[in-house]
Design a protein around this ligand. Structure first.
Ligand code: FCB
Length: 463
């Protein structure tokens, strides 16, 4: 198999499901936190819409996800985040659980519709109070707060004006970001502007699977550009109000490998890499769009104004990387390698892809900032048996990926932390509550939380 991606590592044999290899599992089982560089951060992550609930409390306005969930057929179990894990009311108990895990850091997101309900204009102090309680509650428990400013819950009023296809949204985002950074300031260890702009543009405006659910490639490319512009405009606001905090962005990335050495497959994989990875990495880290992909999208290219790319490529203190799987791409689209083991999402389990990705980032982007793995995890159909949830596959997933990260770190990639997705089961977007990603099990009837075996493993690993 030929690897079409510019990486300095050999492509793994796609027919071999490497997670099953006993040596990998055995090595992962012996992993301890002392194997990681000094000061390496371990954490767990969540996002506002997926856990908070309390959709109309304390002045919160509807987000595009409230609107999207109300449309028939968009969420597979017909649910919404209206209650979710009721974290808005149970936050103290949840912070106790985070502390009990023994993690160093917690990554959560701020809901824009709580803070600036009209999208732009007056700041709702009550909305910020909640995040201030969270921040201080974490600090009191010795856990670092890591904030994401946009994890997809755009105020619905802004969608009425075009959402991210409207350039003004980027300016509105910078104003909202300033309000958050002003209130929370240096108490927050890091601010990430955006979570996964590929999802909030392509998945949302082109593939129609996420809010707002449109299917229009030009709209998606315009949204992606304005998202990145929003990132560029927000960075100086964060630095102004929280000069001691780290500021950066979170991207979802993964190798996009060719399914065969046929030229048409290689071309398709290169295009997939351009759309998925380089479309975001290149503007942010190099100040330019990838020329090959730009050419391929022809008349759907985004409206770039003078100076946009300068703003977009401003210095980041860190790059957050969310890694779940790789793509194996043929001319007809993505394929699942024969014999691959998959999660409940149908995503191939491929820890080697994380090593490959990190090495490639280091090789291709000379100005690469320090990296945090801001999400990594897996959905499995967990079942409760009494007071236990046995999820050995998740433990294996996490430990083999930590090993893969360690390989990259030992090969010289500056990786500073790892956040498992997710603290607890939650609203998994278009899949509603059908997919469980948590280390902690949530019984949605009673809101009871229960540490799964993987949480107990993480806890023991962190001791
Ligand atoms: C990522 C999202 C996160 C969660 C995981 C499974 O794309 O950032 O909210 O849904 O996937």
């Amino acid at each position: 198999m030929t690897n079409t991606i510019t990486t300095d590592t050999a492509a793994p044999d796609i027919a071999a499901p490497d997670t099953a290899a006993p040596s990998v599992v055995a090595r992962a089982a012996g992993l301890t936190r002392q194997d990681f560089p000094a000061g390496f951060l371990f954490g767990v992550a969540t996002s506002s819409y997926q856990i908070e609930g309390a959709a109309s409390e304390d002045g919160r306005s509807p987000s595009i996800w409230d609107v999207f969930c109300a449309k028939p057929g968009r969420i597979s179990d017909g649910s919404s985040g209206a209650v979710a894990c009721d974290h808005y009311h149970r936050w103290e108990q949840d912070l106790d659980l985070i502390a009990a895990l023994g993690v160093d850091a917690y990554r959560f997101s701020v809901a824009w519709p709580r803070v600036v309900p009209a999208g732009r204009g007056p700041v709702n102090a009550a909305g910020l109070d909640f995040y201030e309680r969270l921040t201080d509650g974490l600090l009191a428990r010795g856990v670092q707060p890591h904030v994401t400013l946009y994890h997809w819950d755009l105020p619905a009023v802004l969608q009425d004006q075009g959402g991210w296809t409207n350039r003004d949204t980027a300016y509105a985002f910078a104003e909202y970001s300033a309000a958050v950074a002003q209130r929370l300031g240096n108490r927050v260890a890091s601010y990430a502007t955006l979570n996964e702009p590929w999802c909030s543009s392509v998945l949302s405006y082109e593939l129609g699977e996420h809010a707002p659910g449109t299917r229009d490639r030009a709209a998606a490319l315009s949204a992606a550009h304005h998202l990145m512009l929003g990132h560029g405009l927000a960075l100086p606001e964060i630095r102004r109000h929280a000069p001691q905090s780290q500021a950066g962005i979170v991207l979802n990335l993964g190798p996009q490998e060719s399914a065969s050495d046929r030229p048409e497959d290689i071309r398709a994989a290169r295009h997939a890499d351009g759309r998925f990875n380089r479309w975001f990495l290149d503007p942010i880290l190099r100040g330019e769009y990838p020329a090959d992909t730009w050419e391929e999208i022809g008349g759907d290219a985004p409206p770039v104004q003078t100076d946009d790319l300068n703003l977009i490529s401003a210095h980041n203190d860190f790059l957050g990387v969310n890694y779940y799987t790789r793509g194996v791409i043929g001319a007809q689209g993505g394929v699942l390698p024969e014999g691959a083991s998959v999660t409940d999402m149908g995503w191939e389990i491929h820890p080697q892809g994380l090593t490959d990705l990190l090495l490639r980032l280091k090789a291709d982007y000379p100005g690469l900032p320090p990296i945090y793995i801001t999400e990594n995890g897996a959905a499995f159909s967990d079942e409760r048996s009494g007071d236990r949830v046995h999820d050995p596959r998740r433990t294996e997933f996490l430990s083999t990926h930590l090993n893969a990260l360690l390989d990259a770190s030992q090969a010289g990639v500056d990786v500073r932390g790892y956040f498992a997705w997710s603290l607890m089961d939650n609203f998994e977007w278009a899949f509603g509550y059908e997919k469980r990603f948590g280390l902690i099990y949530v019984d949605y009837d009673t809101q009871e939380r229960l540490m799964k075996d993987s949480a107990l493993w993480y806890q023991a690993f962190l001791k």
